[in-house]
Ligand binder design. Sequence first.
Ligand code: NAP
Length: 497
Amino acid sequence: MGSPKVCLTLTAPTIEEDLELLNRYRNKIDIAELRVDHLLPDERLHVRKFPGLAGLPCILTIRRQIDGGQFVEGEAARTILFARALSFAEEDKTKNFEYVDFEEDFHIPSLEDATLAFGTKIIRSVHDMKNPIININDRLASLNKSGYEIPKIAFMPHSLDDVKNLFEQASLLKDSNHILIAMGALGTPTRILGSKLKNYLTYTSTPETLTNTKNIAHIDVITLNDTYHIKQISEKTKIFGITGWPLSGTSSPALHNAGYEKNGLDAVYIPICAEKFSQAMDFAECIGVKGLSVTVPHKEEVLNSNVVIDETVSEIGASNTLVKNENDWIAFNTDAEGFQKSLLEFTGLKNLKRKKVAIIGAGGAARAIAYAVHKLKGDACVFNRTLSKAKKLAEQFNFKYSILNQEAAGMLKKYSDIIIQTTSKGMHSTDEPNQENDPLFFYDFSGKEMVFDIIYMPETTPIMKRAKNAGCKVCNGFDMLRYQGYKQFELYTGVEY
Ligand code: NAP
């Protein structure tokens, strides 16, 4: 079974705008879905001409509000719109809608007869915008009683377990005459791995209109093609991924998928959003994931699960990389290595002997950093808002520790050759440095400090800006991110990035 067709959902207010968008992305899709419910009332009268103008197979959809659409004018008005759009069939079939989406409870025999007579295929859909649908195979059978229709099930999962159930049940299906979708961020794997679900098609949106379909969580058509290479994914494609919660704004799929393309590997790397780490592992097993990156808040939880741990992971107390061999998951930590490579490049040093190093923060990332600083023989002090956490981390490596506030200014002066900022303060902030976004707001830079902030968004964090203005050499966390990702890539594929 090949990859599913890619269907672009068009949700502009006018037909002209929909056609403009369609033309922009025509070479990336197979089918266009005209969402009549998003059109202005006057525009809805001209829907019949759309397939002829579109010049590729089209789906006619008029979605009610209850099913996640915008149509509120009632069933009589909807039936009339369907009839107008499906009537006067042309001999040239490319000028007719190739598909129409009728919901499970929408049965108008005259319309259904007309669609069959004109060769328009019915997508018979059911949507649950609030709850998961569990009995997938029974529902598919009841949706496609005639045997001529394409049953579609879309639901809102409550947890990754509901998405796992969808994949499990799809694995029992023999053909690819169905569409199975889990909505929202939890359902992202169903958008990318349509071939594993044996889906007939996968829906996507234009980047311009993606805000219209926010809770549906479409992946935009550019990302679906250029990052995930949707057309090349088959049942044989190796699956890798990243798990975390809420897993927003991760750049790892872009990095890993670009690496597969560059090296000609049949693999895909997907986001696997999971509230609990155990759910991510169950899901990974179910769909056959071969390597899993782990991010906030699950990095420590890895150590409490059924995985084989290498020495670095047990010293750091956190893992960001899991590799599946024959039977076991092996846990690694590539954050420390990525940080070390980036730090040495930034400072131009071979090690940190005779260097006084301040580690700001004592969270998950700080652990890998303290480990690397210790390995490089630096003399460090850990500064943290919660003193007990600074103490625990510092004592593990025989470092000093301190509270992170005005009282720490003197201590910080003593450990200021290299300042490594690892707290999340300043992340996503482009404001001028202030008490809210600069963890060292109480400290005046002399200009001699080297300041490494492991945050990479924004490119210049408030603390970097202030340090740079004082004459300090500064660096953000982008190279650390890249290097830890390259190492993961190598562990997953056995190939250098
Ligand atoms: P984490 O485990 O949640 O730790 C957060 C740290 O930030 C803790 O030390 C916490 O102090 C401190 N903190 C949070 N808000 C603070 C505030 N308002 N004032 C002072 N301290 C505050 O998170 P993490 O995994 O270590 O990640 C931290 C940052 O590093 C994130 O921005 C993440 O994106 C970045 N990171 C970058 C890379 C990379 O490759 N470049 C890798 C990993 C992480 P308390 O202990 O007092 O709560």
